[in-house]
Design a protein around this ligand. Structure first.
Ligand code: 1PR
Length: 564
């Protein structure tokens, strides 16, 4: 094909910027189609239907914007068509998520929700593929590589049993790639004639994902497989990698705390227990550890599974005027093909000129700039306090609710800044408590974690356990669990806190604060149920790279994603 234009359906759902960036990175141009009547749809030579969030919302948008019949006509024309995430789900007949909404019905199968009794739902992370056709042919469809890992984020899937797999393959002629989440097997990718669709996000799956997109764009339907290099350390080949309970790899996240320094430049900084200034004797300046976009790219290349940006002074500023932070996201999303999270100032604000900007609008700005998730700190505390005070009645109006309603729970992270609070006598304390191994200064045996907001400045009479439970009920999809006591100390993570919060919620929990060496990552995954672990200072100072951490983890039998 000589034409290098790729048409992408914009049904106003989620982060299309990253898909555009990935396609442009591969040397193609993107043209968005915003309504079904656009003549470009029929004349397109390659069409991609992306989608994130709620099945019903995406299907309703497609119907409202007149896309349903034109998409069917395009597919019938035999030209290349690709669906991504909810874009693959739309090809099925329907979903348990929105029982009254019909899909496009290319496959007569209903999507179901993952069982959350035995694992965290949504599935957020890097899973492997089972490509049944591979052994026979030695070639794989669209460069899908069972030795690689791909990024999934979804609660609903085409969960299938052996009879359904056989029916789809043998009777209906679909080629399948499967994945297993816990005990449930589901369709990770499907292909037939001109249709190819993936449940995972290839545009967020590092180099392995870019290869899949390239294969679609170049119409390489069958590709001889590249084998990933083995990272097992020499002389240590007796190490056996343990699969996690869910099958996902242990996620490693690099975190960039970003703020303007005294010269007005946006810099990556890092505090000790949230104090980001040098000691007075050394000038008292905000620590400057580098430029956010450069560092993000560096960590992507080192193999970070996600990059998180926390705009740590944003609660003082107007997000609409915070163009530099939006620009950071735009630039980072052009070179980092893994999920990006942004936090700081995700709340409803009134600009100095009186304009009210809702939290949903603020989040939308970031999603459009290239963020995949937003992280809510101070406002999550406010929302949880009010929710608990109202007797656990949701209003539908808090940022957690409005953003998760529009973009899906998986797009809403709550960032928790707890501080250990010792209790001498647990009787009468209304917060969930831990009998701690690290006794308090007066020999106290119990503690809970008090929630703070505004970067640790404001302490609230609320436990982190209760906060997380309330936020999960309001619609948060993940917890970024910091710990002020451990932040910047290099003493390792607070296992007691992490295990307490894991027992409070069924959404994924990211352990944060205290990482100083690779062993800390091994320990946090062995000692707690953390779904991901985040590091900041040790990476910024250059003590260790993300790759050092991952190789070390592999050497200790822990499964991690290795890109090429
Ligand atoms: O309240 O919604 O505007 O969000 C503000 C965000 O900024 C929150 O996520 C809050 O955690 C963060 N934040 C505010 N002030 C600070 C500060 O440091 N003064 N940073 C701050 C929080 C914690 C972690 C850190 C880990 C790992 N930083 O992100 O990266 O503790 O560090 P380590 O590995 O070096 O120990 P809102």
């Amino acid at each position: 094909m000589t034409n290098k234009v790729v048409h992408v359906i914009d049904a106003e759902s989620g982060n299309l910027q990253s898909l555009r960036n990935a396609i442009e990175h591969l040397g193609f141009q993107v043209s968005f189609i915003k309504k079904g009547t656009d003549p470009a749809l029929a004349s397109a030579e390659r069409l991609i239907l992306p989608g994130v969030g709620n099945f019903g919302h995406v299907m309703d948008q497609l119907r409202k914007m007149g896309f349903v019949e034109p998409i069917k006509a395009y597919v019938a024309s035999g030209k290349p068509f690709m669906g991504i995430c909810v874009g693959v789900q739309a090809l099925f007949s329907g979903s348990e998520e929105s029982p009254d909404t019909k899909g496009l019905n290319f496959l007569d199968l209903q999507l179901k929700k993952f069982d959350d009794k035995t694992k965290t739902v949504p599935e957020i992370g890097w899973n492997k593929l089972i490509v049944p056709g591979l052994n026979k042919s030695g070639k794989t469809m669209y460069n899908l590589n069972p030795a690689a890992r791909y990024y999934f984020v979804h609660s609903y899937a085409a969960i299938v049993d052996e009879a359904q797999i056989s029916d789809l393959e043998k009777l209906q002629g679909w080629k399948l790639a499967l994945a297993q989440y816990g005990e449930e097997k589901f369709l990770a990718a499907i292909a037939k004639d001109n249709i190819f669709a993936t449940q995972f996000h290839p545009e967020k799956s590092g180099k392995a994902g870019l290869k899949v997109i390239r294969a679609f764009l170049e119409q390489e339907k069958e590709v001889s497989l590249d084998v990933l290099p083995s990272y097992l350390p020499p002389g240590n080949s007796g190490v056996e990698l343990k699969d996690t309970r869910t099958g996902l790899t242990h996620r490693i996240i690099a975190c960039l705390d970003v703020r303007t320094n005294d010269e007005g430049d946006l810099v990556v900084t890092k505090g000790d227990q949230y104090n980001v200034r040098e000691k007075k004797a050394s000038g008292g300046d905000v620590r400057n550890l580098g430029k956010p976009v450069k560092l993000a790219e560096k960590y992507y290349k080192q193999g970070a599974d996600e990059v998180t940006f926390l705009n740590i002074t944003s609660f003082r500023n107007s997000p609409i005027k915070d163009q530099p932070m939006l620009e950071v996201l735009r630039q980072a999303a052009k070179t980092c093909f893994v999920p990006l999270t942004v936090g700081g100032g995700i709340r409803t604000v009134v600009d100095p000129d009186g304009t009210v900007i809702s939290a949903l609008e603020v989040a939308t700005l970031y999603f459009r700039a290239g963020a995949d998730k937003v992280s809510i700190g101070s406002d999550a505390v406010k929302a949880a306090e009010e929710y608990i005070a109202r007797g656990e009645k949701p209003t539908g109006k808090t940022p957690i609710e409005t953003i998760s309603e529009a973009y899906g729970n998986q797009a809403v992270v709550i960032s928790v800044d707890p501080k250990r609070y010792y209790v001498a006598d647990p009787a009468g304390c209304k917060y969930n408590m831990i009998k701690t191994k690290d006794k308090g200064p007066n020999g106290e045996e119990y503690c809970y974690y008090r929630v703070t907001s505004q970067g640790g400045r404001k302490v609230h009479e609320l436990g982190a356990y209760e906060l997380c439970q309330a936020c999960e009920k309001l619609g948060a999809g993940e917890v970024l669990l910091n710990c002020i006591d451990r932040d910047g100390t290099n003493q390792g993570y607070d296992f007691e806190l992490i295990n307490q919060i894991k027992s409070a919620v069924s959404i994924p929990v990211i352990a944060s604060s205290g990482a100083g060496k690779p062993q800390d990552f091994v320990d946090v995954f062995n000692e707690t149920g953390a779904d991901a672990a985040l590091g900041a200072g040790m990476f910024h100072r250059g003590d260790y790279t993300v790759l050092d951490v991952k190789k070390y983890m592999i050497g200790h039998g822990l499964n991690v994603r290795m890109d090429e």
